[in-house]
Design a binder for this molecule. Structure first.
Ligand code: ATP
Ligand code: MG
Length: 357
């Protein structure tokens, strides 16, 4: 039997609440699968760790994570600690050190969920956004000159490298190819940004010849927001830069009902280092400790984790269990218009899992 080691990093705010639920559900899936077992280890890193130790995680924290098959992450963010400290000190540090360059964000209307778009059902809105996760606008390059003077300048420099752009685009082509519609949309802003964005377009033009079975099109990011709202069914797999895909995936999450549902994987496709899975929502301190956080984003991320480990059947069973709960519609969390607590939604998914066996 395969034994997978999974690191759980709950983080801050509602992170621990949804990760507890996620670990419980993953254990329940593994318990009924004869082929593999999951061995969890918890790492209490984040805001409280920072207050005690002056850093979000230990110096050798990422090295510790290297020994795991996958990471399940909650949320990093604390109202009393600056965002750049919480983000760069934990989540981004893990993503960057483990070179998890492909951020994959499925966006689909789950059965029974009504999004804000009238007359759009699950068949019409089924996307995967592929976000470049290692360079670009968030490379951290730039600076400030003439600080405090009238001529002060602030610079954020986006860095796009040929290997970096090629690997994310090829990843997106492979993903598009694996989906029924085999369709990939490239999003850039090459009319206004004449260097890096034109570079993205030209690499896309060149490598798409290697994927003749994948239908392609190109959109400017501003026009893309309109198309996502007005013509969602014309889209399938989408590839964009770090910044553009960040913005588009929040829009996508809203169009699929709630931030509380949306999952993501920070993938290391080569599998020589672990990938990390997390709900896309933040630490949501406004509802922390109330037991009402929607755990579905974590459950869906957990299904992605199983899929990445190669446990396709188990991933499919977990997704089916989640979808039975949303389709029945009688146990929904508050952000989806219901009244159920985190505990009740978790129990509903556990019971749905056992019915599905
Ligand atoms: P961070 O700074 O960590 O990104 P945030 O509070 O700015 O946190 P989110 O955590 O993404 O942003 O939350 C935005 C809003 O969505 C909040 O009102 C929050 O209560 C709600 N929300 C986010 N996640 C969930 C969830 N899992 N269940 C229910 N509501 C949620
Ligand atoms: Mg936020």
């Amino acid at each position: 039997m395969k034994q997978f080691k999974v690191a759980a990093v709950p983080g801050d705010g509602i992170g621990p609440e949804v990760i507890d639920a996620g670990v419980e559900v993953l254990q329940a899936v593994a318990a009924t699968e004869p082929g593999f077992a999951l061995d969890f280890e918890h790492f209490p890193w984040g805001g409280d760790y920072y207050r005690a130790h002056g850093e979000m995680m230990p110096e050798d924290g990422v090295d510790t994570l290297r020994a795991f098959d996958a990471i399940l992450f909650g949320s990093a963010g604390d109202p009393k600690i600056p965002d750049h400290v919480t983000l760069w000190g934990l989540r981004l540090k893990i993503c960057q050190t483990l070179d998890q360059y492909a951020n994959v964000r499925p966006a689909r209307l789950l059965p029974g969920i009504t999004g804000p778009l009238a007359n759009v059902g699950s068949e019409e809105l089924d996307w995967v956004i592929v976000r470049e996760n290692s360079e670009g606008e968030y490379a951290g390059a730039g600076g400030r000159v003439h600080v405090g003077l009238p001529e002060e300048v602030g610079l954020d420099v986006a860095i796009f490298t040929r290997p970096g752009v090629e690997r994310i685009q090829r990843f997106a082509f492979e993903l598009a190819r694996s989906r029924p519609r085999k369709k990939l949309t490239l999003v850039t802003k090459s009319n206004a940004q004449r260097h890096g964005m034109v570079f993205w377009d030209s690499i896309f033009e060149r490598i798409r010849g290697d994927y003749p079975d994948v239908e392609t099109d190109k959109m400017l990011v501003d026009a893309m927001t309109t198309r996502m709202v007005l013509d969602p069914k014309s889209l399938d797999t989408i590839v964009a830069t770090n910044l553009h895909a960040d913005v588009l995936s929040d829009l996508a999450a809203a169009l699929t009902g709630s931030l509380g549902i949306a999952p993501t994987g920070n993938l290391r496709p080569e599998r020589d280092m672990p990938s990390m899975f997390e709900p896309i929502h933040g630490s949501a301190f406004d509802i922390t400790g109330k037991g009402v956080a929607n755990p579905i984003g974590t459950f869906w991320s957990s299904a992605m984790l199983l899929d990445h480990l190669g446990e396709r059947a188990a991933a499919g069973r977990l997704m089916a269990a989640i979808e039975r709960v949303t389709a029945e519609g009688n146990v929904l969390p508050r952000d989806l218009g219901g009244k159920a607590t985190t505990r009740e939604v978790t129990d509903a998914v556990l019971s749905s899992l056992s019915r599905g066996n």
